[in-house]
Design a protein around this ligand. Structure first.
Ligand SMILES: Cc1ncc(COP(=O)(O)O)c(C=O)c1O
Length: 442
């Protein structure tokens, strides 16, 4: 069958044919082995091919296939109990979906519902940041600000955007430390400009993901966002679809700064790619207020599906038993140090930043002036092609300089890697850059 028919629509990528996977490795149908240094789309946190999870799946499907989401299954009970130990105290009410976009959608809807039952139905706007990605459905795409909006711009919600906390390309043209304070103030100015009585929520990724190429903010940024949201009665939503469940070396990235959001959005690592699932964790008091008002919050057919709940519980239990969040922090620190040591002097490398197993290598045409390669140069695709040829996949990020282009390699391997994989990642990244560099400048 032609590839494009299998894939729905022909895209810019040369598709790989993956037969099977184990741990951090993918095996192609033509017999090659690839180290998956991207964890797929930053998903496969516990690695692939876990027997324990296939046994859980078999047991669950044999016993209970489906429950209407207004009912309770033992799988859901166990998961909620465990999740309450992962999320910040008091953020313990969980709504489940089939992925990140659905979860963002529900977080936005919940924020609007909460204000309505609180007697403020005019609070309907969602403020977010430029260079952000929150998903692919209409509401999530409206909240995001990536190039992926382009073909749908004419039908999306016209919600306000503020600058990102992007030190390397800081729109305020300042440099570390403490400069992000201005980015946070941009939120306050925007709330005031819109009128606080019209703003329901502010949503942001704690560390910029695919649209920024893994960018942690300075430590003052999120505590300031919390203060500003509190001052104006605006709900603070942390989109941890990519950063959650240990990716940055903490259970959730907001823990780096001791910030308690009103809503945490999760997906990806929650089930580690074994089955589709997403969630929102909401402050108990907000949900109680909606309950008291007899509000309705419609489910999806597959909300809290028993199989997904059982797998998520199994994935989190593996992470606890094998101390994978701690491992992500420790080995991630070594990975980051080695990436910096081996790559930061490379003429194509503008910046290396990250935390835990969440690293971004920004690729530039001019290091001094931070000028990115234009998108038509397909810089990161070419580096990726070369890395794949040498046995490694990483997650490519593009568009971080908007219309001006911008590329980054996201090095986000599964939490099961060891020092041997770290060495392979660093060597392969260096070799791929060395190979591509002369072709970019000629
Ligand atoms: C921060 C963030 N939010 C939301 C999403 C959407 O998740 P999904 O693709 O599972 O719908 C993504 C996907 O990459 C993401 O990175």
């Amino acid at each position: 069958m032609p590839e494009q028919q299998v894939l729905f629509m022909r895209g810019p990528w040369n598709p790989l044919h993956i037969e099977r996977a184990e741990g951090a490795y993918l095996y192609t149908s033509d017999g090659r082995r690839l180290l998956d240094a991207g964890s797929g789309a930053v998903v496969v946190n516990v690695g692939q091919g876990r027997e324990e999870l296939s046994r859980i799946a078999e047991r669950t499907v044999r016993r209970l296939n489906y429950v209407v989401p207004v009912w309770i299954s033992p799988e859901r009970e166990r998961l909620v109990e465990r999740l309450a130990r992962w999320t910040p105290p008091g953020v313990n009410r969980f709504f489940f979906t089939s992925g990140g976009s659905e979860s963002v959608e529900m977080a936005l809807k919940f924020a609007i519902l909460y204000h309505k039952v609180s007697g403020e139905p005019s609070r309907t706007k969602i403020i977010s940041r430029r260079f952000s990605y929150h998903g692919n459905t209409m509401g999530a795409l409206s909240a995001g600000s990536s190039l992926r909006r382009a073909d749908y711009e004419h039908v999306l919600f016209d919600w306000p955007k503020i600058p990102p906390s992007y030190c390397y390309r800081c729109p305020f043209d300042k440099t570390y430390p403490g400069c992000d304070i201005d980015c946070a103030e941009a939120l306050e100015r925007e709330i005031e400009r819109q009128g606080a009585h019209t703003v329901a929520a502010f949503i942001a990724e704690p560390m910029m993901g695919a649209s920024g190429g893994a960018v942690p903010p300075v430590k003052e940024y999120w505590p300031r966002l919390r203060e500003i949201c509190d001052r104006h009665g605006v709900l603070l939503i942390a989109d941890e679809v990519m950063t959650g469940f240990g990716r940055t070396g903490r259970r959730f990235a907001v823990e780096h700064w001791n910030v308690k959001p009103d809503i945490i959005v999760g997906g990806k690592g929650l089930t580690g790619g074994y089955v589709p699932m997403g969630m929102i964790a909401v402050d108990d008091r907000l949900v109680e207020k909606c309950e008291d008002a007899h509000a309705d919050f419609m489910f999806f057919t597959y909300s809290a599906h028993p199989l997904a709940c059982a797998i998520a519980d199994g994935v989190l239990s593996i992470m606890e038993r094998e101390r994978l969040v701690e491992h992500a922090a420790e080995i991630g620190a070594r990975l980051g140090a080695q990436l910096k040591e081996r790559l930061s002097g490379h003429p194509m490398v503008g910046d290396i930043r990250g935390s835990g197993l969440f690293w971004g290598i920004e690729l530039v045409r001019d290091r001094e002036r931070r000028i990115p390669f234009p998108s038509y140069a397909k810089c990161v695709s070419r580096v990726l092609g070369e890395a794949v040829r040498r046995g490694m996949f990483f997650y490519p990020a593009t568009g971080m300089a908007g219309a001006a282009g911008g590329d980054a390699m996201m090095i986000t391997p599964p939490f099961v890697i060891g020092d041997q994989e770290v060495e392979f990642i660093v060597n392969t990244a260096r070799a791929a850059l060395d190979e591509v560099y002369p072709t970019m400048t000629s």
